[in-house]
Design a protein around this ligand. Structure first.
Ligand code: HSE
Length: 436
C-alpha cells in the first residue's frame, strides 16, 4: 500500500519530536499501521530551521495554506496552537477532505463542537490524543478502553508546570513567586505562564475529557477555573500537618443534578497515589462503575512524549481512513446523535469538602462563634488545627476541615465568619477531595 502523506503545520518542539520518533521507529510503525507514514510537507515561518529538522525529501513552505490546500496531503497535523489561524487552517483542511491531528486543547475546548460537526459532515477524522496530558493515552482509554463503563468522575493533574511549582513549594518551603521564577529559568514555565498558573490550560484539557466521559458537548465557558497564583506556602504546610497535599486538580463529576466541571487547588490525602505525582508529571484518575478506579500516569508535555500521542493518532488514521465513517470510533466517544444535554452545574451547586483558614483574635468564645456559624449552615467539621499566636502577636491561625457540603453553604458561612469582629482579613478557602 502506498504511504499515507502527512502535512505538518508548525515544527517546534513537538514537530521535531514527531520527525525523530517516526524516523527511529519507522519499521515498527509501518508494521502496525499497515502502510508507511510519510511527512511530505511542512509549513513553518522559520523555513531555514524547518528545512534543517525535516531534511531532504520533505517540502518546506512558510505559508500553511499551501499544505491544507495540497491535494497530495492526506492528513494535516496542526501544531500551531491558539484559536486564531489554527482554527482557520483546521476548518479549511476539513473542508478539503483531509483528516486532522491536533495537539491544540484550547481550540478543541472552545470550538470543538463546530470542528467535530464539520468533520462529521465531511466524513474525515479529527484526532487529538496529544491535546490532553501529552504522552498519556487518556483519550484512547476514556473513549475505547473504558467504553463499557458509566464514568462517575475524573480527577487529574493535567498541567505539569503548576505541578512542578507546587512540588517545589512543598519541598523547599518557598513561596509561589519565587518558585515561578525558578520554573521559568529552568524552562518549565513559559515566559508568559498565564494559561498554566491560572488553570486555563488544565480547564481546556478537563473540558475535553468531560465531553468524552459523559457524552456532552465541549463547553469550556461553563468550567470553573481557579489557578495556583493566590496559593500561600503556609496553606501547603498546614495541609501537610493535617495529612494532605495540595494539587491543582481538574475534576469532572456526574451528579443527579448535572455535571461538575472545575479546576482549582485541592487538598487530597497524602497517602493517595495522585498526591505523590511530583514535578512536571501528569496523572489522571478515572472512576468507572464497572472497572472501579484506574490511574494513568506519565509525561504531559515534551517533544517525544507528545510526539508519541501524535503518531498514535496518525497510525489510527492510517488504519481507519478506509473504514466507513459510520463505523469509526466517534470523536467524543458517543455517537453524534446520542449526545446528552446534561447541564454543567454552577459552582454554588457542587459538593465537596473544604479547608478553611482564619486569622482570629485569641479570645474566649471565638471558636464557639465559628462552630455555631458552621452548624447553622449545616456544615459538619471533620478536623481542626489551632496554631498559637507567634511571639509578640495576639492573633492565632485556625484551620477547619469540613465534611462534604454544597459550595453555597460554605459561601454563606464565610460571609458570616468574615463579618465577625474577632476574625481579621479574608477566610482562605481551598476545596478538599478524599478521592475514595
Ligand atoms: N503547558 C502545559 C503543562 C503543557 O505545563 O503541562 C502543554 O499543555
Amino acid at each position: 500500500m502506498k504511504p499515507i502523506k502527512v502535512g505538518l503545520l508548525g515544527i517546534g518542539t513537538v514537530g521535531g519530536g514527531t520527525f525523530d520518533v517516526l524516523k527511529r521507529n519507522q519499521e515498527e510503525i509501518r508494521r502496525r499501521a499497515g502502510r508507511a507514514i510519510e511527512i511530505a510537507m511542512v509549513a513553518d515561518l522559520n523555513v531555514a530551521r524547518a528545512r534543517e529538522v525535516a531534511g531532504a525529501g520533505c517540502e518546506v513552505v512558510s505559508d500553511a495554506r499551501l499544505v491544507v490546500d495540497n491535494p497530495e496531503i492526506d492528513i494535516v497535523v496542526e501544531l500551531i496552537g491558539g484559536y486564531g489561524i489554527a482554527r482557520e487552517l483546521v476548518m479549511t483542511a476539513i473542508a478539503n477532505g483531509k483528516h486532522v491531528v491536533t495537539a491544540n486543547k484550547a481550540l478543541l475546548a472552545t470550538h470543538g463542537t463546530e470542528i467535530f460537526k464539520a468533520a462529521q459532515e465531511k466524513g474525515v477524522i479529527v484526532a487529538f490524543e496529544a491535546a490532553v496530558a501529552g504522552g498519556i493515552p487518556i483519550i484512547k482509554a476514556l473513549r475505547e478502553g473504558l467504553t463499557a463503563n458509566r464514568i462517575q468522575w475524573i480527577a487529574g493533574i493535567i498541567n505539569g508546570t503548576t505541578n512542578f511549582i507546587l512540588s517545589e513549594m512543598r519541598d523547599k518551603g518557598l513561596d509561589f513567586a519565587t518558585v515561578l521564577k525558578e520554573a521559568q529559568r529552568l524552562g518549565y514555565a513559559e515566559a508568559d505562564p498565564t494559561f498554566d498558573i491560572k488553570g486555563v490550560d488544565a480547564a481546556h484539557k478537563l473540558t475535553i475529557m468531560s465531553a468524552i466521559a459523559f457524552g456532552i458537548p465541549v463547553q469550556f465557558e461553563r468550567a470553573y477555573v481557579e489557578g495556583i497564583d493566590q496559593l500561600q506556602a503556609i496553606d501547603i504546610r498546614y495541609a501537610e500537618q493535617l495529612g494532605y497535599r495540595i494539587k491543582l486538580l481538574g475534576i469532572t463529576r456526574r451528579t443527579a443534578q448535572g455535571i461538575e466541571l472545575r479546576v482549582h487547588p485541592t487538598l487530597i490525602p497524602a497517602k493517595r497515589l495522585l498526591a505523590n505525582v511530583e514535578g512536571a508529571m501528569n496523572a489522571v484518575l478515572v472512576q468507572g462503575d464497572a472497572v472501579g478506579a484506574t490511574l494513568y500516569y506519565g509525561k504531559g508535555a515534551g517533544a517525544e512524549p507528545t510526539a508519541s500521542a501524535v503518531i498514535a493518532d496518525l497510525v489510527d488514521i492510517a488504519r481507519l481512513a478506509s473504514a466507513d465513517p459510520g463505523h469509526r470510533v466517534p470523536y467524543l466517544a458517543f455517537q453524534p446523535d446520542a449526545m446528552a444535554d446534561i447541564p454543567v452545574l454552577p459552582m454554588s451547586e457542587i459538593t465537596t469538602s473544604y479547608y478553611l483558614r482564619l486569622k482570629v483574635a485569641d479570645k474566649v468564645g471565638v471558636l464557639a462563634d465559628l462552630t455555631r456559624i458552621l452548624a447553622d449552615a449545616g456544615i459538619s467539621i471533620d478536623a481542626m488545627l489551632q496554631k498559637e499566636p507567634a511571639e509578640g502577636e495576639n492573633e492565632a491561625d485556625i484551620i477547619l476541615l469540613t465534611h462534604q457540603t454544597q459550595e453555597k453553604h460554605v459561601d454563606a458561612a464565610i460571609v458570616r465568619m468574615e463579618a465577625l469582629a474577632t476574625v481579621s482579613g479574608r477566610v482562605t478557602r481551598i476545596r478538599l477531595e478524599q478521592l475514595s
